[in-house]
Design a protein. Sequence first.
Length: 95
Amino acid sequence: MAILDNFEEDMTYEVLVSTKNEDGSLNVKPFGLKIKDNDFIFKIFPNKTLLNIKNSDELTVYFLQDVLLFTKALTSNLDYDDLLNEVNYEIRRSY
């Protein structure tokens, strides 16, 4: 059974997405994610995250439940170690 089998299709999940900035640092932001036919569907408007995905063709999606981590990511105050301690599922994809 694949990890994605645990999620309902067409339901929106609030997740954190990390990408690498040009300087190698991490960019972590909250997004809504839908899963359809084992594909991720995001609605990403032009921003740093989209630029990073286009530049590297890679992102990591974090499924978690701690609302504080979403708030910290939104305000760019997320400590990466705190994130890793709270992750329920981590999925990396390259495109």
